[in-house]
Design a protein. Structure first.
Length: 166
């Protein structure tokens, strides 16, 4: 049996957190939330504009240490909301600070209808990892928390991941 860790970043409505927790419930994996050392402040629109500037520059904010070390795991599920067609800057910080050699990653993303190139970007930065069971989960396009992806699709994905861990 493979040992699995779920790491995710979630900001406004907790959509990515919701999916990460569904995956944890299905797999029994350890779970950790990526958090920036300095939280984002201001209105939703302020943070959206800041996020746009940061992603355009490839900014990697300082993040708080996680209590889990990926060297203790075989499989790491990585979840992120889509920020301007790619991963959130906090996820970029985390991924770029890890050794992915010999690991299996399960990239998953949430978006409001504009998936961009998030999965491709995650796979590119996790050099040496094998990618499995990638997943896009769509929420409404208004930045809210209404799930658009059928729940059965998410359940099928979590079951596929669970079997991968066996």
């Amino acid at each position: 049996m493979s040992k699995m860790l779920i790491v995710y970043y979630s900001w406004s409505n907790g959509n990515t957190k919701r999916i990460a927790e569904m995956l944890q419930n299905a797999t029994g994996a350890d779970i950790a939330r990526i958090e920036t050392a300095k939280p984002y402040e201001g209105s939703y629109d302020d943070v959206v504009e800041q996020g746009k500037r940061e992603t355009e520059k490839g900014f990697r904010p300082e993040i708080k240490p996680l209590k889990y070390n990926i060297s203790d795991y075989d499989i790491i599920a990585v979840g992120t909301p889509t920020w301007w067609y790619t991963m959130a800057p906090a996820v970029l910080s985390y991924l770029s600070s890890q050794n992915w050699e010999g690991k299996t990653i399960i990239p998953f993303m949430t978006d409001g209808g504009w998936p961009g190139h998030v999965i491709r970007d995650i796979k590119k930065i996790c050099k040496g990892a094998d990618s499995q069971c990638e997943m896009e989960v769509r929420f409404d396009s208004l930045g809210k928390d209404h799930l658009e992806t059928p729940i059965a699709d998410i359940q099928n994905w979590t079951e596929k991941v669970r079997r991968l861990c066996l």
